[in-house]
Ligand binder design. Structure first.
Ligand SMILES: NC(=O)c1ccc[n+]([C@@H]2O[C@H](COP(=O)([O-])OP(=O)(O)OC[C@H]3O[C@@H](n4cnc5c(N)ncnc54)[C@H](OP(=O)(O)O)[C@@H]3O)[C@@H](O)[C@H]2O)c1
Length: 359
C-alpha cells in the first residue's frame, strides 16, 4: 500500500508529541513535516521538543534531526510537501479556524484535534466506531471551500470519549437523559506534575469550557447529514460536571442513564460485548479489536490499570447497576491523549484514507 506523507502541526505540544509516538512506525503514514510556532521554527526538533518531551518512549533520531517549520507562515510549502496534516495547536479559536481552512484551501486535508471547527455544520466530527457516515459531508464542504482535495475533519473533545461510546450502541432503547461526572487527567491540559505541581494531592472542580463541550458535542455525533450540513440531534439530553483529578493520563466518567424502554442488564452487557464499528470491520491499523470492554470486578476499571488497553484505543466500562433515580449507572474510562486525542485522530485519518478521501 502507498504510504501517505503527513505533517504534524503543533508537533512540540502534548498532543503533537503523542502524534509523533503513534506515527513513527505507522504502516500507512510517514512523518514528513513537523510544524509549530515561530518560537520553534527553524530549530531541530531535538533542541525544542527534547526539553519538553513528556512521553514514556523517546522520539527517534530521524525525528530529532527534523527542522521544525512555521505552522502559520509556511502553509503553502507544507501543503506541497504532505498528503495531509494533523493539527493540534494552542491558539485563539478564530485563528485556528482560519489556519485550518487555509491548509484545506491549499488542497491539504486537515485532521484536527482542536475545537475550533467542531460546530461548523459541514465539518464532520467523528468517533470512527460511532458516526463514520458523517465523513460523507466532505464533498459539500469542498464545494463551500472551492477545493478538490482539501477539507477539515475533526475529532470530538477528550472528555466524552468514554461515555458516548458506551451509550451510543444503546440507542435502540431510546436513551433519553444522561448525567455524567468526569474525572479528568492533567495531560488533558497539556501538563504533567512537573509543569503543574499544584495538582499534586489536589482536585479542581472546574475545567474551562469542558462541561459545555461534554453536553453539546455528543448531539452532533448523534446528528445526521441533511443536504449540505450535519444537523445535530435533540436527544439524548446530556448534563455534565467535569473535574480535574491528580492523574497523569486517563479520563473516567461516572454515568447515569434514563431510557424510554428500559433494557435488561444482560442485554446491555451483550450489546457492549458484541459492538463492532467500521474500523473493526475494515481492520484499520489503529482500531482496537474489542472497542468496548466490560469488567465484572467491582473495583474496575481503574485509571492506571486499564487506560492503556489495546494501545489506549479501547474503552473500559464497569459497575453497571440499576439506579434509584435514573434507570442505570456505570463507570467508564478512556485514555485522553490516545483515544481522546492523537490516537482518535489517527484512526479518523485511517478511515478517511480507507474511504478514498485522502487520494
Ligand atoms: N491534551 C489533550 O489531552 C487534548 C485532548 C484533545 C484536544 N486537545 C487540543 O489539542 C490542541 C493542542 O493541545 P496540547 O495539549 O497539545 O497543547 P500544548 O501542549 O500547549 O501545545 C500547543 C502547540 O501549539 C503550538 N502553537 C502555539 N501557538 C502557536 C502559533 N501562534 N502558531 C503555531 N503554533 C502554535 C505550540 O508550538 P510552540 O511549542 O512552538 O509554542 C505547540 O506545538 C488544543 O486545541 C487542545 O484543546 C488536547
Amino acid at each position: 500500500m502507498k504510504k501517505y506523507k503527513v505533517g504534524i502541526v503543533g508537533a512540540t505540544g502534548m498532543v503533537g508529541q503523542r502524534f509523533i509516538t503513534l506515527l513513527e512506525n505507522h504502516p500507512w503514514f510517514d512523518i514528513t513535516v513537523l510544524a509549530a510556532s515561530a518560537r520553534s521554527a527553524g530549530k531541530q526538533y531535538k533542541d525544542v521538543g527534547g526539553k519538553r518531551w513528556m512521553m514514556d518512549q523517546p522520539f527517534s533520531e530521524k525525528t530529532g534531526e527534523m527542522v521544525i517549520m512555521n505552522a502559520t507562515e509556511d502553509v503553502e510549502k507544507i501543503a506541497s510537501m504532505v498528503d495531509f496534516v494533523f493539527c493540534a495547536v494552542d491558539m485563539k479559536k478564530d485563528e485556528i479556524k482560519a489556519l485550518e481552512e487555509e491548509y484545506a484551501k491549499h488542497e491539504c486535508p486537515v485532521v484536527s484535534n482542536n475545537s475550533a471547527h467542531r460546530h461548523t455544520p459541514d465539518v464532520p466530527m467523528v468517533i470512527p466506531e460511532l458516526n463514520p457516515e458523517h465523513i460523507d459531508i466532505i464533498p459539500a464542504q469542498r464545494k463551500r471551500l472551492g477545493t478538490k482535495r482539501g477539507f477539515v475533519a475533526v475529532k470530538s473533545n477528550c472528555s466524552l470519549q468514554s461515555y458516548v461510546p458506551a451509550i451510543f450502541p444503546l440507542n435502540r432503547f431510546g436513551v433519553k437523559d444522561v448525567l455524567v461526572c468526569t474525572y479528568q487527567a492533567i495531560s488533558g491540559a497539556g501538563k504533567n506534575f512537573d509543569t503543574w505541581p499544584e495538582m499534586i494531592d489536589n482536585v479542581i472542580p472546574f475545567i474551562g469550557g469542558e462541561e459545555e463541550k461534554s453536553e453539546i458535542e455528543p448531539l452532533k455525533i448523534y446528528g445526521r447529514i441533511d443536504g449540505d450540513v450535519i444537523v445535530p440531534a435533540c436527544e439524548p439530553h446530556f448534563t455534565a460536571q467535569c473535574i480535574r483529578v491528580p492523574v497523569t493520563n486517563g479520563h473516567m466518567g461516572a454515568v447515569f442513564v434514563r431510557f424510554e424502554n428500559i433494557p435488561g442488564k444482560e442485554e446491555i452487557l451483550k450489546i457492549w460485548n458484541d459492538f463492532k464499528g467500521v474500523p473493526q470491520e475494515l481492520n484499520l491499523p489503529s482500531a482496537p479489536k474489542q472497542f468496548l470492554n466490560y469488567f465484572t470486578e467491582d473495583n474496575l476499571p481503574q485509571t492506571r490499570l486499564q487506560r492503556d488497553l489495546e494501545g489506549g484505543m479501547a474503552v473500559s466500562i464497569g459497575r453497571l447497576r440499576e439506579d434509584t433515580q435514573y434507570d442505570y449507572k456505570f463507570v467508564c474510562l478512556s485514555h485522553n491523549t490516545l483515544r481522546g486525542a492523537a490516537g482518535g485522530a489517527v484512526l479518523l485519518a485511517e478511515l478517511l484514507c480507507a474511504k478514498g478521501y485522502m487520494d
